[in-house]
Design a protein around this ligand. Structure first.
Ligand code: GLY
Ligand code: MN
Ligand code: MN
Length: 433
């Protein structure tokens, strides 16, 4: 049996259980449709419903639907407008086509007409637009059905892992081109273009706005405005950029120093900490504990590099790592760059408590074989967060001022939990090039 067939069986099995547990016979999943700008006839870039592309590698056919009744072959209503203005989206080849009853539609009403009375026992999953909002489905986006699926889709099938490995190879190719453009003295905009060119894709075909930050811009966590002109000096470069393969995401960050010196050493220290955290990954470990341990490691780095006048233990105990490492250690990744479900405790939708001291941590679940998540520690000089410590004599402000023109450092890989450890699909991707 192929990996795709095994994947589809897994998806069907999860939906069979989720539908039964929630009292539905069937599900209708909408791919979604592009939204239009206000008073304009141009649409925003379209992103497919993640629970649509969970079934098959179709990411660019808006207004399509999947109908699945437990135990039956899933139906695909594939929308192809009869329209001489636009081209029809290309369909990925592959065996998925043998696993669906496919009907080509150019009017979405065909879907509800073909379902007939079945709509009354069918749940709808997707953005709710006219006309589907008046089709009279049994429920629209029932939370407990969606929670059930989201809880289980944290564990990836082999087909999903293959797609994510390939997404990482694509993104690694882009990262290498971006690194070369940095060392060639290019602008942020030119580096961004080099990244896309190496991946042979357009900007809207990436899972999130790439963060392409030179010098102090690396301190802005989601920096994506891109300077058109190269700076006079290329001190540092932080790039956080991903890729899609068959709808699955890569999310990679690398930091580079323009020359040897303390920033280059800081990059090496964060890289070593990231790998030390990854070495602890195996089933049963708590992601929350890894996050807390990363704060301890960051405290040690901050002490070693002289950013404080107190020792690492004091830095940690007083919460001084938080302004330097304000985001979470990472997140699930898969169909979405921030795959949901990181706080789900069970398939019933129970959730973990949020810890107010780590408000941006996106993942609290215990690690289990087949999960994929990122590990992405960082250290930044973020003035807005440091304001709260103004005048604190335990901070070495002169040393912090030395780091400010470099922005910050982040290193990010995606890791799969295996039966007795982990697989670092990002490092493997770079090594394969
Ligand atoms: N690129 C966004 C993130 O790392 O989560
Ligand atoms: Mn990430
Ligand atoms: Mn990232």
């Amino acid at each position: 049996m192929s990996h795709y067939s095994q994947h589809l069986d897994y998806v069907k099995h999860q939906f069979d259980r989720a539908l039964a547990a929630n009292g539905f016979d069937a599900v209708l999943i909408a791919a979604g449709q592009p939204a239009y700008a206000f008073l304009d006839d141009n649409a925003y870039p379209y992103r497919v419903n993640p629970l649509f592309k969970y079934w098959l590698p179709i990411t660019a056919s808006p207004k399509s639907f999947i109908y699945y009744k437990s135990g039956e072959t899933p139906k695909l209503f594939l929308y192809q407008a009869r329209d001489f203005w636009h081209s029809t989206p290309k369909l990925p080849p592959g065996e998925w086509q043998d696993n669906f009853d496919i009907t080509i539609i150019d009017n979405v009403e065909t879907v509800v007409l073909s379902l007939g009375n079945a709509v009354k026992t069918t749940a709808f999953i997707g953005e709710v637009h006219a006309p589907a909002d008046s089709w009279g489905l049994s429920a629209y986006n029932p939370e407990s059905l969606i929670d059930f699926i989201h809880y289980h889709r944290a564990v990836k099938t082999e087909w999903e892992l293959q797609n994510m490995r390939k997404a990482n190879v694509l993104a690694a190719r882009g990262h290498n081109a971006a690194r070369d453009a940095f060392f060639a003295g290019k602008s942020e905009l030119e580096i961004h273009a080099a990244y896309l060119a190496a991946m042979k894709c357009r900007e809207t075909e990436t899972p999130y706005n790439s963060i392409v930050a030179l010098n102090q811009n690396g301190a802005t966590l989601h920096y994506d405005v891109y300077d058109n002109d190269a700076p006079a000096e290329h001190r540092s470069f932080l790039i956080d950029a991903g890729a899609y393969y068959n709808g699955y995401c890569a999310d990679i960050t690398r930091s580079y120093a323009g020359k040897d010196g303390f920033y280059a050493e800081l990059v090496a220290a964060v890289d070593a900490a990231e790998q030390a955290i990854i070495k602890q990954i195996k089933p049963g470990v708590s992601y929350y504990d890894l996050h807390v341990e990363t704060h301890r490691m960051i405290a040690q780095i901050l002490a070693d590099f002289g950013f404080f006048k107190v020792d690492a233990e004091t830095i940690y105990q007083r919460g001084y790592t938080r302004p330097f490492f304000p985001h979470g250690l990472g997140h699930f990744i898969g169909l979405q760059v921030h795959d949901v479900g990181g706080y789900l405790k069970s398939e019933n939708g129970d959730t973990f408590e949020r810890d107010a001291s780590h408000p941006f941590l996106r993942l609290r679940r215990e690690l289990a074989e087949g999960q994929v998540f990122t590990i992405e520690p960082g250290i930044y000089v973020i003035d807005q967060l440091l304001e709260a410590f103004d005048g604190n004599e335990e901070f070495n402000w002169n040393r912090i001022a030395e780091l400010r023109p470099y922005g910050g450092v982040r290193i990010e890989d995606s890791v799969v939990v295996t039966a007795d450890g982990y697989e670092n699909i990002t490092r493997d991707a770079f090594a394969s090039l």
